[in-house]
Design a protein around this ligand. Sequence first.
Ligand code: TMP
Ligand code: ASP
Length: 254
Amino acid sequence: MHHRHRIYEGKAKIIFEGPEPGTYIQFFKDETTAFNAKKQAVIDGKGVLNNRISEYIFTQLERFGIPTHFIRRLNMREQIVHSVEIIPLEVVVRNIAAGSLARRFGLEEGSMLPRSIIEFYYKKDELGDPMVSEEHITAFGWAEAQEIEEIIVLAGRINDFLSGIFLSVGIRLVDFKLEFGRLWEGDMMCLVVADEISPDSARLWDIATNDKLDKDLFRFDMGGLIEAYKEVAQRLGIVNENRPSYPRGPVLVK
Ligand code: TMP
Ligand code: ASP
């Protein structure tokens, strides 16, 4: 196999040097971790599904006018992306109380939030990704105040758009995590959505049953992760294993 220069290896993905300057190859592994890698497993086929689901979502975001790092999918496990300078923040958008928010404030899981909430976490595994405020972000120089403002606007637009896409296939977008990067073109810098958006980085519940279709199935040993990720892909109309998608995938008005 052609040897490629490995730039970074994370818990679920590897970043290689890309075919052209300014590009990376993002490889999706089957490694599955939770609780800052205290819990680990290899789940066959997860990387393939996340590659496809993330490709689909980033392509839709681009069509909606949201800039992303995505260029094109290369194969089953890899996509070509723009090399960006990652802002070391995990931007979490929440619509419904779940996970750490429900725990922190003693909210009932599944209760509707009064409005969508955006939170920032400092991306640092050694520290367990602590929650931070805009004060920390600007004081420590992780992002400029103006960038935070732009991130908040983008995150809100992405939330509305993705909530609609998922609703149209019978899925509630409970919460999700975004990462942003700085894409330089000459002296011009543009903030783009980076990393991935997949059932690894979002909570997705079936509207009718509230069944979980995301990584919580692994976090809480509920099983059926691959089946759930396939269900998400099928409903979005990405993969059709001999059955129609739900009912035919969301329709984008062109
Ligand atoms: P949380 O409720 O555990 O804080 O997670 C909020 C959302 O962020 C959920 O959709 C899962 C996602 N997430 C990640 O993508 N990476 C992480 O490291 C964590 C903790 C959460
Ligand atoms: N992604 C984090 C980990 O690998 C946490 C999580 O998603 O639960 O541990």
